[in-house]
Write a protein that binds this ligand. Sequence first.
Ligand code: ASP
Length: 460
Amino acid sequence: MKVAKFGGSSVSNASQIKKVLDIVNEDPERKIIIVSAPGKRHKDDIKTTDLLIRLYEKVLNNLNYQDKKKEIIQRYADILEELNMEKTLLTTIDETLETIIETLKEQPPRLYDALLSCGENFNAQLIASYNNSKGYKTTYLSPKDAGILVTDLPQQAQILEEAYDEIYKLRDIEGKIIIPGFFGVSKHDFIVTFPRGGSDITGAIIARGVKASLYENFTDVSGIYRANPNVIKNPELIEEITYREMRELSYAGFSVFHDEALQPLYKHRIPVVIKNTNRPQDKGTFIRHERDINNKNVIIGISCDKDFTVINIKKYLMNRQVGFTRKVLGILEDYNISFDHMPSGIDSISIIMRTSQIKNKEKDVLNAIRKKCDVDELSIEHNLAILMIVGEGMNKVVGTANKITHALAESNINIKMLNQGSSEISMMFGISVEDADKAVLSTYEYCYHGICLKNLCKSK
Ligand code: ASP
């Protein structure tokens, strides 16, 4: 049995929905379908989920929200119209939105989640009803009826382990099942959403729950590229990648597949394939527990994320002082800041974190470190980018770091920091934001084509 999830652009209008259902109906193994809310139909369009956020903001500020509500209803009206379907669903949509607003307007975080869930919820109902009208037995199931029982913290839903037994029972339902992505229901009966992009997480939970043989994640690209296609022209597609590699790459900016979606799949080794709704014949990228490693694919991908801040601390004889790092990290904990890397020397440590973590707390954190840790030097640097070189094969071959540093040096890029964990699955290079794209280009060209960026420039 396969579970297939279709992202926002795959279900954004009638012709996309028809493509989706052709894919679904052609394969009897594709039994459970997870859908997103209608996404962008063109570059300047607005996702339904974002329209719902605007509606929420109007309600929150006690403003007239009717226009915003109409815009949302219109998205579904357009789809129904193009599919030649009856418009009765529109009344349900209108009533549901009004009921949610009425009952939850005094509880903003609950209101937010309940409104946002509507995007996928209405779409799932619409698509199931259309597939039935075409003669394919299809059941719409709300996340509650599907057994997606989650924790209660708004926008941070996490599946409860006990939910999986209930989800397993979905196997017994005849015909196709369509479930809205992006949210579950808590024990207190509140709708709770996953983080943005969370329909991938729903798909993963269902795939694990029903012990699917494959989780197909359909989107608008034919798989995962080795590097960002906005930086590299026509980068190669990855044929297969491991869960761990995928996690490292999504951490550093690869956004095709939600990183939280790997968690339910990893333990039970359920393979994932990223496929293109517009080109279903393309093989796509498989995410698996293991992959074949050969000379050419030691490095699976290269990514660079730009939004980091680093706190640099120097203290003479730091290595001999017991508990120094604990004190510093305790301060970060007091300010609820999570950090990402901590390269160190004998008398220095650098603590790297996402800029959003320390925003508005910077002064207080630095003051606290100065006060409590008796440091010799303390500085903070913004505009740090993290270049990640990822590949399971790196622990078996010699010379990868050499390749990377060579490529960066030839492009005149200064490495401010570097870090490699003992698993040798990734290497992290801290560089300046201005060098980020150049670093991806130069390491990509050198690692995959043996071309130095310096030579590239010369030959132009
Ligand atoms: N509709 C939600 C979002 O835009 C969830 C998803 O599409 O995965 O974030």
